[in-house]
Design a binder for this molecule. Structure first.
Ligand code: ADP
Ligand code: MG
Length: 730
């Protein structure tokens, strides 16, 4: 009987002990990046002229010639083979959200009937994986199956298991991006150029600006036996049914609590592997929900940080299995408790170490600080709908606006000090603020700015884009998403804002206005312009929804309609002006995102229907029959006037179950029909809207009844592991 199976699985899960954790004697500093072909390894394995050329390629964007590529490949091969690598692969990030790889052995005929190990510059630099099975949004019709993957030398290659992994971009035969990395790199270039020009007003020595990203990865761990017994988790990554556990997170006893032993063993194992791969893991802790945890590294340059996040997600899943867990990266695996996000801490800094989003010591630094903050707000204000579109998905929608995550309206929290400062600047006059003493010195009447770095206590968890001392924290990103999607929009929008800023400042300077005064004037203008995006209040309140709409912010909640943002004229204009994505590429992205949305909801609806009919209804009916049996027997042994009152509670349960069963069966039929109707719709956008409006809500409606049955049916008969089991066994 199924119940016994569930009890067995629960028993097994409960008994599990931590597996042996490799107890490394070396310190992390000694094994950090052991498997990464970083500069130190390059210097050791490459001839010095080749090493120098590679540095030019990486730092200065110089072109890579074939002779250099061959020499680099030779050094890489030697290093990788010493670590036991036998294969290599181009590792890329298609629009499916995960990563893709196709391994090739280092083998070649030696011409004498034997084999030699070979790895050439050509193999390193470019490959042509069959692209026909990756989403392309109509960019590449299936008869033109070729796509190119091309090496990204700014993200170092690494050895994973027996394979040399080469981070690459992935583009179509005709040059359109089929991945996240290609446009990400273009957006980073755009923001570098725009920000460098603006930074030079303040510091003429700046010649490069990099975008930084520090992600915080949240995840759940569930015992793998329990996971395997839940078809919904297995197929969709979330529980489509399951009643709340009587105790969940209301005691606030999990957040920062002591880490359970088996979980600690997993974390340690994971961290060692991540550190060896050059991921600078720093923070680990229990998150708010039971069995929810977080891992955060030290921030890095955005392109590398994105690669590291993709790598850690796949590493987490692999290491979890070794410890008898499954790692859930879904944004909302369990209803009623917190979901998982991936806060993206974002800032810009210069090649000479100035953090552009951080306050400084001198008045000049502070004007620079205000400039970059205000232009960030301009960027987010102008493209708030698009920024939301960059993180919307069939899975993340379950998390947004729930009690732990930012609402589906993008706004920015600044805190009291920064708000006061901007208000002060806005209402000030040139004379009040600037006392020119001598040539370029400038004194701003802005007290207390250096203390802004201490402003960490003034946290507002409901804000999607919060200023946190020396960076912005974009909190709407979903736990399983590729952060590149949001980073492409954010960095491109910033590049656009800074470009426009410079044009206006230069126009004033051309009129003969002193540069700092010109900057201040434009900053003041923009403080006024971007005001609607600034909101320090409670983002969950009903009042905010109305207020945000009044302010003209995007308040749309339907995912398919939010995705229209990719096609809006201002989006197309921004991406083409900044040379990041063409109109055709944007149309493709929009199409792929709609398609992914449809498929996710479609799969959920199918699995859910099956579980209802094959797991829930049979068990509920069986229990109902037992009760009916009992009622009959009571009638047999007692006279009616005694039996009837005794039977009343069972009769009521029988009736309740009958109602739930009927609702479920009838509505699973409706669910199937809704899918059928939606599937017949030709237009992708309309089909996605149908899935959103008719299919998705039905799942939730039916779930209500299933979850009530769970409360009635004999625990021993219930076939699926319950919330209290999945969430409290570790
Ligand atoms: P929180 O209190 O928000 O949970 P964490 O310490 O978990 O903070 O994570 C903060 C993340 O932000 C880390 O990855 C950290 O390296 C990163 N970070 C810190 N300063 C900056 C910055 N200036 N720019 C980008 N990321 C930063
Ligand atoms: Mg954070």
């Amino acid at each position: 009987m199924s119940s016994t199976l569930r009890f067995q699985i629960v028993g097994e899960a409960f008994k599990k002990r931590p597996v042996e954790v490799p107890n490394r004697k070396e310190r992390p500093s000694e094994f950090f990046a052991k498997y990464v072909f970083n500069r130190q390894k390059m210097q050791h394995y490459l001839p010095s002229n080749v090493y120098k050329k590679m540095c030019d390629v990486i730092d200065g964007g110089a072109a890579l010639d074939m002779a250099t590529a061959d020499a680099v490949a030779a050094g890489m091969k030697k290093w990788a083979m010493e670590l036991g690598a036998t294969h290599c692969t181009h590792w890329f990030q298609p629009l499916t959200e995960g990563t893709a790889e196709k391994h090739d052995g280092f083998v070649e005929h030696d011409g004498k009937g034997g084999m030699i190990e070979e790895f050439t510059g050509k193999q390193l630099v470019q490959q042509e994986p069959d692209a026909s099975s990756f989403p392309s949004g109509g960019i590449r019709s299936t008869f033109e199956a070729r796509g190119y993957s091309a090496w990204d030398p700014t993200s170092p290659v690494f050895v994973f298991g027996d394979t040399l992994m080469i981070p690459t971009i992935f583009i179509s035969y005709t040059g359109e991006a089929l991945d996240y990395k290609a446009p990400l790199k273009k957006s980073l270039k755009a923001v570098d150029e725009a920000a460098t020009a603006v930074a030079r007003y303040f510091y003429p020595d700046v010649n490069r600006v990099v975008s930084n990203l520090g992600w915080e990865q949240e995840y759940f761990l569930v015992d793998e036996g329990l996971y395997a017994a839940r078809p919904d988790l297995l197929m969709t990554g979330r529980t489509l049914l399951g009643h709340d556990s009587a105790k969940n997170q209301q005691m606030d006893d999990h957040y920062f609590g002591s880490i359970p032993m088996r979980v600690a063993a997993f974390m340690k194992d994971l961290e060692i592997k991540a550190l060896e791969l050059g991921i600078p893991c720093k923070t680990r802790h229990n998150e708010v929900a039971p069995n929810q945890f977080e891992l955060a590294p030290i921030f890095e340059e955005t392109n590398l940080a994105v690669d590291h996040n993709m790598l850690i997600m796949s590493l987490m899943k692999k290491v979890a299995r070794k410890h008898g867990f499954r790692c859930l990266l879904h944004e909302k695996p369990f209803a009623g408790i917190n979901g998982s996000g991936k806060h993206c801490n974002w800032s810009l800094s210069t090649n000479n170490g100035i953090l552009l989003h951080g306050p400084g010591k001198t008045p000049l630094d502070n004007l620079r600080f205000v400039t970059f903050i205000v232009e960030s707000l301009m960027a987010v204000y102008r493209h708030n709908g698009l920024l939301k579109a960059s993180i919307i998905s069939a899975t993340n929608v379950h998390r947004l606006g729930a009690s732990e995550a930012p609402p589906a309206i993008v706004s920015s929290f600044l805190g009291k000090q920064l708000s006061d400062l901007l208000e002060h600047l806005e209402t000030s006059t040139d004379d009040e603020l600037i006392q020119l003493s001598g040539k370029q010195t400038l004194s701003l009447d802005i007290p207390q700015i250096p203390e802004l770095t201490q402003d960490n206590t003034d946290r507002n968890r409901t804000s999607p884009f919060a200023f946190t001392g020396n960076r912005f924290e974009f909190r709407a990103v979903g736990s399983q998403q590729n952060c590149a999607s949001a980073m492409i929009v954010l960095n491109t929008a910033m590049a656009e804002a800074l470009t426009d800023f410079r044009v206006r400042v230069d126009a004033l300077i051309a009129e003969g206005i002193e540069p700092m005064k010109a900057i201040l004037r434009i900053v003041r203008e923009d403080i006024k312009a971007c005001k609607p995006i600034h909101f320090d209040g409670n983002g969950y309140s009903e009042a905010w929804k109305q207020e945000a709409a009044r302010r003209g912010l995007d308040t749309e909640t339907s995912a398919p309609i939010i995705l229209d943002q990719y096609l809006k004229p201002e989006t197309v204009e921004m991406f083409s002006r900044m040379n990041v994505l063409t109109k055709a590429e944007l149309e493709a992205r929009n199409e792929i995102k709609l398609d992914t949305y449809i498929k996710k909801v479609q799969i959920e609806a199918r699995i859910f229907g099956d579980i209802c009919m094959n797991h829930i209804i049979p068990v509920a009916t069986r229990y109902q029959t037992q009760l009916i049996d009992n009622v009959h027997r009571m009638k047999q042994i007692f006279p009616a006037d005694v039996a009837d009152p005794l039977n009343s509670t069972n009769l009521s349960l029988i009736k309740q179950m009958g109602e739930h069963n009927t609702f479920i069966i009838e509505n699973v039929e409706r669910l199937i029909e809704a899918r059928r109707v939606a599937n017949r719709i030709k237009d992708g956008r309309e089909r996605a809207i149908a899935y959103h409006d008719t299919v998705a809500p039905l799942i939730e409606e039916i779930r209500y009844h299933v979850d009530h049955l769970e409360l009635i049916v004999d625990d021993e008969l219930w076939p699926l592991p319950k919330y209290r089991e999945m969430l409290f066994i570790h």
